[in-house]
Structures are given as C-alpha cells and as structure tokens.
Design a protein around this ligand. Structure first.
Ligand code: UD1
Ligand code: CA
Length: 451
C-alpha cells in the first residue's frame, strides 16, 4: 500500500512566547519539525505534505533542509486540525493510497508505532493512535465500544462523564486519503472552539458504516510541545532515551548525563565517550573510537580507532580516517585527514586534505580565508609540519616533505623537500647579562624619581 503523510505545522504556538514558529524550536539541536519528518519516514511515504501557516517562509526553509522531497502548503488561517488536513487535498487529489496525519510539534512517534498503525489499517477504515493518560488534562477523549472507536470528544465539548475517560487522542490518524478528505468535507465548526476538528471524522465515518479502531502507544511517545517547559522536558526525555540506547548498543559513557546527542547521532560498538561531549547533527563515529572530554562534534565522520580530544572541535566536513589523532584545542573543518595522521595540539585545519601518516605540529594553522574567498591546503603522506607553521592557502606540501617551525609557507613544497621561511637567528655573545643589568638600572632610576 502506498502512503502519504501530512504533517500539521501551521499553529502559532502562542505559549512558546516566541517570534520563531513553534515547529522550528530545536530539540536535540534540530527543529521539532525534523523529528516529525523522521517519524513520517518510518512509513516510507510516497508523498509528504507539510501544512504551514505561522512563519510560513521559515518553515519552508526548514522543510527544504530536512525533507527536500516534501511539499509545503499554506494554511493562511488556522481554523482547526480538520481544516489543516484539507489544505493537503490539492497535492493528493490523484493519490489512491493511505494517509497518515502527524503533528509537527510531536517529536517522539516511533517506528514500531507507525508500523502498528499501518498494520491496524487492514482491519479498520480509520485508525487513531491513543494512549492511557496519567493526567488526561485537556486531551481529546476516545469514546469506545469494545474494540471499536465510536467518536472523539474534545475536552471543551465533553460532559463530566466523558472527561472521566482516560483514553486520549494523540492526534495521529490514518485512513485511505480520499476517505479522510471526504469525511473532512462533512465536518462543521459548531463546537466550543468554533474550529473544524479533524477528530469529528471518527463519528462521521462510523455513521456511514465504516469501522474505526484505536492503536495504543506509550504516553511518552505522544508528548507534544506547547511551551518552553515542555520543550525542556522533551529535551530531557530525548537525551535520556539516546543515552540508554547508546549504552544498550555497546558504547561506554563515563558520565551519561553529561553527554548530549543530536537526533541522528550514530556511534559504533566499543566506542568510549568521555564526560561533557556534545554532538551536533550528522555525526557518525565508527567502532573503537574514543571521544575524550569536553569535545564538540557536528557534521563529521570519525573512523575506527581514532581519538578525538580532550577539548577538540570537529566542524562540518571533518572526515577522520582510521587511527587519526586529534588532540586538545584543535579545530577541524571541511578537511580529510588520512589514516594514522596526527594533529595533536592547538591547531586549525580548515579546507584541507592531509594524507596518511603525517604529523601536524603544535600551533599549525591553515590560513584558508583571504577575507573574500576560501582556499584549500593539500598535504601529502608522511609529511612533518613543524610547530607554528602558517600554511597560506592555496598551498601544497608533497609526500615526505617537511616545514621548519615557525615558517610561513606561501609557495608549494615539492615531495621530500624541507621548507624554511623565517628570519635568520643571530646570537649576541654575553648580551643577556648586559641587557639584564641595563634594565635593572633603568628600573632603579625610575623608582628613585617616584619617591
Ligand atoms: C488536538 C486534538 C486532540 C488531541 C490533541 C493531542 C483536535 C480537534 N484535537 O488538540 O483531540 O488530544 O491534539 O495533542 O484535533 N494545527 C494546524 N492548523 C490548525 C490547527 C492546528 O496546523 O488550524 C496544528 C498545530 O500546529 C499542532 C496540531 O495541529 O501541531 C494540533 O493542534 P492543536 O491546536 O495543538 O490541537 P489540540 O487542541 O492540542
Ligand atoms: Ca497541542
């Protein structure tokens, strides 16, 4: 069965007290919307439609980043969840498959839940994802008869007896797309909120002899973000789950609570992650690597048995081959570092290619930016770059070449050559003692003048 997913993301999120649309607030360093998109992908959809309204242009931009294949449609007025889904109709007019509705502010819907919903569609025309709430609060209540769902009643419209129901609506719903659009056409807004409730589809479908059922999930999965406090809770929940998954999968964390992961961090078995490490988006670390304390990684790849940190920063495009060593206060950006090469101390390596077995001395800097353009530095295999070398790009160092400490390298260095570029040293006989005496006298004179 082919599937379309519609993600509702038009709401303002008034309680966020923010100029940023709610779905763009970051969780695990990427917008909430990116998490919903991830859940959507679990159904392997043929179409993804995002319904945006508040901050439309910014939502489009985020959608282009995290789901370039998605279409974003505009809901200019937020007239309710049913009205929101109806905005996707023009995009899916000829679509014959199933439709799953997700919320852009609900980041934890899992693959197993999406699978359960898809499976349940075999026995019901309409499937709603529900959960037993510890505190059902203002959630919509699911009115059931045996294992059949009869209708959903919104909190505002519910009687006391209905409010006593603890089985709640998560908002996730699935049906044949054209069925759902047809039911939505029949919804009105004569209710306590004056909105077109998507939830009214259930009673309409049932009244037409269709069957509706509930798939259950854990309450934690349906956690929606409506306020900064809930965003903070979501972050805590996300990190707790990530840390537990990492430990489960054979990663050692000395202090799990001090390590922060992004939504897509992938770490292999037998890696060691020390204290206070932060992972930004798009990081993969292969088996056996060590990330030492206080390091920050984003958009990078660390191969087997590499060691990073302490206090290292890997930025987007940093690609470390097997056994590479990146030490303290080293920053690497958009650079490929070949097998076994070492950049151990106080260096900036940006826009560079380094071959195998090279050693980059302390304080080396690739001067990659001339104020207008970026340039590359090419370093071959088994190169020895002396401490405090400035490599003024574009520049290259051939295999087995060497630079002398303190050199400013502006011309290419051929294989096996040694480059020295610094003022020549001259030693003045006994001059240190004389200079010292002179300075002492000068100080004594000044002290005398002051007193
Ligand atoms: C909705 C459900 C409720 C459920 C709850 C779960 C309805 C009528 N109610 O209530 O049964 O328990 O979610 O969290 O569906 N949105 C739009 N356009 C609109 C309105 C909403 O895109 O016109 C989006 C919002 O941005 C949000 C989602 O739909 O992502 C849910 O809307 P919200 O207003 O938060 O619904 P609830 O009142 O929480
Ligand atoms: Ca809500």
């Amino acid at each position: 069965m082919s599937t379309a997913v519609v993600i509702l993301a038009a709401g303002k999120g008034t309680r966020m007290q923010s100029d940023l649309p709610k779905v763009l607030h970051p969780l695990a360093q990427v917008p909430l919307l990116a998490h919903a998109i991830r859940s959507a992908r679990f159904s392997d959809p043929d179409h993804m439609v995002i319904v945006a309204g508040h901050g439309f242009d910014r939502v489009v931009k985020a959608a282009n980043t995290f789901a370039p294949d998605a279409t974003v449609v505009e809901q200019t007025e937020q007239l309710g969840t049913g009205h929101a889904v109806a905005q996707a109709k023009s995009q899916l007019a000829d679509f014959d498959g199933d439709m799953i509705v997700l919320y852009g502010d609900t980041p934890f819907i899992s693959d197993t839940t999406i699978e359960a919903i898809t499976a349940a569609r075999a026995n019901a025309d309409l499937v709603v994802l529900g959960f037993h709430a510890a505190d059902p609060g203002r959630y919509g209540r699911l009115v059931t008869q045996g294992d059949r769902l009869e209708r959903i009643v919104e909190f505002k419209d519910a009687t006391d007896a209905e409010r006593a129901i603890t089985l709640c609506n998560s908002g996730v719903m699935a049906a044949k797309a054209q069925d759902l659009f047809a039911w939505i056409d029949q919804i009105d807004n004569s209710n306590a909120s004056g909105e077109y409730y998507l939830t009214d589809c259930v009673a309409i479908a049932v009244s037409q002899g269709k069957t509706a059922t509930v798939v259950l999930c854990d309450e934690a999965e349906t956690l929606g973000v409506n306020s900064r406090a809930e965003l903070a809770q979501a972050e805590t929940a996300f990190q707790a789950k990530m840390r537990a998954d990492m430990l489960e999968n054979g990663v050692t964390l000395y202090a799990p609570e001090s390590v922060y992961f992004s939504y897509d961090t992938a770490i292999g078995r037998d890696c060691l992650i020390e204290q206070n490490v932060v992972f930004g988006p798009d990081v993969t670390v292969e088996s056996g690597a060590t990330i030492r304390a206080f390091s920050h990684l984003e958009g990078c790849h660390v191969s087997r048995d590499a060691v990073v940190g302490p206090y290292a920063r890997l930025r987007p495009g940093a690609e470390l081959s097997e056994g590479v060593k990146i030490g303290n206060f080293v920053e690497v950006k958009n650079a490929l570092i070949g097998e076994g090469s070492k950049v151990n101390h106080l260096s900036y390596i940006g826009d560079a290619d380094i071959g195998k077995g090279s050693n980059i001395g302390a304080g080396t800097i690739t001067c990659n930016y001339d104020g207008v353009m970026k340039h590359r530095t090419e370093i071959g295999d088994n190169v020895f770059v002396g401490s405090n070398t400035m490599l003024v790009a574009p520049v290259s160092l051939g295999n087995n070449s060497m630079t002398a400490s303190g050199s400013v390298i502006t011309k290419d260095v051929a294989a096996t050559d040694l480059a020295i570029s610094r003022a020549e040293q001259s030693n003045k006989k006994g001059m240190a003692v004389k200079l010292f005496e002179m300075l002492k006298k000068r100080k004594a004179k000044r002290d005398l003048e002051k007193s």
